[in-house]
Design a protein around this ligand. Structure first.
Ligand code: NAD
Length: 408
């Protein structure tokens, strides 16, 4: 009892000091599109570790073809992050890299990590570079699409009729919630250890993620499902109230629904086609975005985006650095190419080109080309390496028609 009271009084005052709580309520309507459409963009490339440099090369070649075709420039400048940055500078995300990222129109990241740095102290682990980058760039919204492509439908562990046509976008809040709330810790209370974390969201934190979600949903099928646990948690009740206020006021055309997180976890497996855009807090989003990505079934096909209130976003595949296949020309570059498509759509105001890249990826799969991770026994498809897959996508970009995208 003593413990509960002490904790409650600290929670009560937490909003006054908790880092990461944002008090300004006047902000742009949306965080999407770091810059307006223009003729020349500066993009920072972070190849990172493992298969990173290979999939980066393949993606660069595709982007070059796209720029030539569409008549705009993309100045791609590389910077260090992860294990390669530790080796070169003893810092997983050196200031120079951060400055370059912040000065860019957008950032495209491959992947970081590897056995070599596994034993390092926490501050010298590649993952610390990622966390630093997200924090310093204020990336509070994570967008994770899970789209089941007809060509890879059998890669999913679910039945064909359940996953066919699935196209879900999970918008996850990335910088708040129980992962960052204070107080937190493990204390000795009445002779036993008690561990605690604080699930906390301010109104302004919920508002800004609701705006991103509203914007994303309005540019997709216009359906937004907000996931919470409002039947039990006060913080979820506030979440629900604020999401309703923001969507009703700023996105009247978006159809908003609500679902408790336990039900959402079931519904994603039972009938995922009912979802278009899902918005949730950090911990619920962590779990649901991984669950949604498994509807697709193949790690090498999953892109993601992390965006902030203004300034460049970071676009990256969901997979890691795959050290087991690094340097063997076996990596699948498609998740990074699809991440570049997200960058074009969500940061660079180039929806038509984003659509062309996505069409080119599907066309290559239609051609029957497969890297090892998406090749299945007896599928009659041709096994290709990372380089060949990149070249095939570039060739499709060259030959397909650049059309006006229906949705952005
Ligand atoms: P992983 O995603 O790197 O690999 C898991 C499995 O999937 C491996 O068998 C790998 O070969 C395969 N795979 C992944 N991406 C592939 C691709 N594009 N093409 C073909 N096959 C692919 O996960 P892991 O093995 O758990 O982690 C390896 C390293 O990556 C670790 O150091 C980890 O910390 C790091 N990691 C980084 C990120 C990131 O950069 N955001 C994310 C997850 C893990």
């Amino acid at each position: 009892m003593k413990f509960t009271l002490a904790l409650a009084s600290t929670i009560y005052s937490a909003s006054a000091f908790t880092p990461g709580l944002h008090v300004n309520v006047h902000r742009p309507l949306s965080s999407l599109n770091a810059v307006s459409r223009k003729d020349s963009y500066d993009v920072t490339l972070l190849p990172g570790d493992g298969i990173g440099p290979e999939i980066t090369e393949a993606t660069k070649a595709v982007l070059k073809t796209l720029c030539d075709k569409s008549g705009f420039e993309m100045n791609l400048k590389e910077a260090l992050i992860g294990g390669c940055a530790i080796d070169a500078t003893n810092d997983p995300f050196p200031q120079e890299s951060l400055d370059q990222c912040l000065a860019s129109d957008s950032v495209l990241l491959a992947c970081i990590g590897g056995y070599k740095w596994d034993g390092n102290p926490r501050e010298l682990r590649p993952e610390s570079g990622l966390l630093k980058m997200r924090k310093e760039m204020g990336l509070f919204a994570n967008l994770r699409p899970a789209k089941v492509l007809p060509q890879l439908i059998d890669a999913s562990t679910l039945k064909r009729e359940v996953v066919e046509g699935v196209d879900v976008m999970v918008v996850r809040e990335l910088t708040g919630d129980v992962y960052f709330g204070t107080p937190k810790g493990i204390d000795e209370v009445d002779g036993q250890r008690v561990g605690y974390n604080n699930m906390i969201y301010s109104e302004s934190e919920i508002e800004r993620i609701a705006r991103v979600a509203g914007d994303v949903a309005s540019k997709r099928d216009g359906k937004l499902c907000s996931v919470d646990k409002a039947n039990v948690l006060d913080v979820s009740q506030l979440w629900r109230d604020v999401v309703i206020e923001v969507i009703e006021k700023d996105f009247p055309d978006v159809e908003l629904s609500h679902m408790y997180v336990d039900n959402a976890a079931m519904q994603l497996i039972r009938w995922p086609k009912q979802f278009d855009t899902i918005v949730c807090g950090n911990i619920f989003g962590d779990i649901l975005s991984d669950e949604a990505s498994m509807l697709v079934g193949s790690l090498g096909m999953l892109p993601s985006a992390s965006i902030g209130e203004s300034g460049p976003g970071v676009f990256e595949p969901c997979h890691g650095s795959a050290p087991d296949i690094a340097g063997e020309n076996k990596a699948n570059p498609l998740a990074m190419i699809l991440s570049a498509a997200m960058m074009l759509r969500y940061d660079l105001d180039r929806a038509d080109e984003a659509q062309l890249l996505e069409d080119a990826v599907e066309a290559v799969l239609d051609q029957g080309l497969r890297t090892a991770d998406i090749k299945q026994d007896g599928d009659g498809c041709e096994l290709v390496g990372c380089v060949e897959m990149g070249k095939a996508v570039a060739a499709q970009v060259e030959s397909l028609e650049l059309k006006s995208a229906v949705t952005v």
